[in-house]
Design a protein around this ligand. Structure first.
Ligand SMILES: [Fe+2]
Ligand SMILES: [Fe+2]
Length: 474
């Protein structure tokens, strides 16, 4: 039997005397009864969509503003995903608004100054818990409540395309909030930041909620953190206390995977480590997204997607090492790249560096295809899958870079030349970070540990006793 989404509603309604031959009528989307509810006008629906679009584009920026200096790795991972989902949701909302006969679209305008005031407080979170309270518990709970109301109110037949957009968005929004609540439970089990939640809820209430109700209960607003100036995300890059020796660059990972004299096992570990190290790219892309103002929406959508891809690449490294029993934070993960770019380079220059690196990865002999062949020839199926998708992602990234940077330069040759200059300056600048580490070699320790824990895991999987246990029996 096919389960219809409206099955319950169907059986509860008084059936009109219409012969549908036993076939679900109205394409299965609603009943005659719910379809006969007038619901929201086009104008009401569009006004709400404009507000969702504003919230989503602002959440995208708020998460980007906090990503580099949020220390917890797992939070960086989720911020990367969620800021991309926020941009994706904004994209589908914007496309729907454009279909709805209500020009001017005004999708890059602030629809309500009260919402702006609220979000100017949300972005001023001073630590991870405050960020999660504002951008998850307060904002996303309100969004879910509003979406559910919108879905219940708007006409399921007349406004079907909006409902489809909202239903898909709601699904991901609930997963996002679930993650946020679980993370808050872990980071703040005693709810020590209740005052910040109250602060933000007061501003949301004063905004008439996300729906922008005209009648607002009188609330006394706490002193705002915003002081009228635009928010400065700073340039700091942080990692949590599990990570040690963050500027140790003693392992020449890029040399190791390229070296045919080394075992394919070692070369593949170097590739997995190279993936893991990629967390610095979300850290350096987030300020590009946040600090580059006035671009078309597609720019932010493209860069958010790329940011999320780079974070996935880091997580591929995380899983690859976990497979062999090594936690991702055990050995140094050099973060000089993002530390240098964020502190000492403009957003445009940081983007040019990224593009310069990525287009060089397209070379068949040395680039992403070559990395994939190392994993494939080493018969490491997981590493091969990761390199395969990493390669596909990087082709997309080289295109995104070209799309948005080309217009900044007179011609391609000028762009290439400029990229070379900035990359040279950047490599020089990263050297100053080496002094923050004593550069103690660690690669051979890592290899030894990875080999022995991998062997132990393989024995455990085949149910073979540990070598020591055998010796004791003898
Ligand atoms: Fe990448
Ligand atoms: Fe990339």
């Amino acid at each position: 039997l096919i389960a219809f989404p409206f099955e319950k509603e169907r059986s509860a309604m008084t059936q009109p005397a219409i012969d549908n031959l036993g076939i679900p009528p109205l394409a299965g989307i609603c009943t005659y009864e719910s379809g006969a509810n007038p619901g929201y006008s086009v104008e009401t629906s569009v006004n709400l969509l404009r507000r969702y679009n504003y919230l989503k584009t602002q959440l995208n920026l708020i998460l980007a503003a906090h990503l580099p200096r949020t220390p917890e790795w797992e939070v960086k991972c989720a911020l990367s995903l969620h800021l991309w989902l926020d941009a994706e949701h904004a994209a589908t909302i914007r496309a729907r608004v454009a279909e709805m006969r209500e020009p001017p679209l005004g999708l890059d305008k602030v629809p309500d100054a009260r919402l702006e005031t609220w979000l100017n407080e949300v972005i001023r979170a001073e630590n991870t818990v405050e960020l999660l309270i504002g951008a998850y518990r307060v904002a996303r709970t309100e969004l879910i409540r509003t979406l559910e109301r919108h879905l219940a109110q708007t006409n399921p037949l007349a406004d079907y395309p909006t409902r489809r957009v909202l239903r898909h968005m709601l699904l991901e929004e609930k997963e996002t909030l679930d993650w946020g609540e679980a993370a808050l439970e872990a980071l703040d089990p005693n709810g020590t930041s209740a005052a910040w939640e109250t602060h933000l809820r007061a501003y949301l209430t004063a905004a008439g909620g996300l729906e922008g109700n005209a009648e607002v209960p009188s609330v006394s607003l706490p002193t705002p953190r915003a002081d009228g100036r635009s928010y400065d995300m700073g340039s700091e890059v942080r990692r949590d206390a599990r990570f040690r020796d963050n500027f140790n660059a003693s392992a020449l990972i890029d040399v190791y995977y390229n070296d045919p004299a080394l075992s394919s096992e070692e070369r593949i570990y170097a590739l997995l480590y190279k993936r893991l190290r990629e967390m610095d790219v979300p850290e350096w892309m987030a300020p590009i997204i946040f600090n580059t103002k006035g671009k078309p929406f597609q720019y932010y959508l493209d860069l958010s997607r790329q940011l999320w891809d780079e974070c996935r690449h880091a997580m591929m490294g995380e899983v690859g090492l976990a497979r062999d029993g090594i936690p991702f934070y055990r050995y140094p993960l050099d973060l000089k790249s993002s530390a240098s770019l964020n502190a000492n380079f403009s957003p445009l220059d940081a983007h040019v560096v990224l593009w310069g690196i990525e287009q060089s990865l397209m070379a068949r002999e040395t680039g992403k295809q070559y990395e994939w062949t190392i994993a494939r020839d080493g018969r490491d199926d997981l590493a091969a899958t990761y390199q395969d998708y990493d390669w596909a992602d990087e082709v997309l990234h080289a295109q995104i870079g070209r799309r948005w940077l080309q217009s900044e330069f007179a011609d391609t040759a000028t762009m290439h030349q400029y990229a070379q200059e900035v990359i040279t300056r950047w490599l020089e600048d990263t050297k100053t970070f080496a002094q923050f580490s004593d550069q103690k070699p660690w690669w051979q320790d890592f290899l030894r540990e990875a080999r022995s824990s991998r062997a132990a895991l393989e024995r455990a999987a085949r149910n073979v006793p540990e070598p020591q246990a055998l010796a004791a029996d003898d």
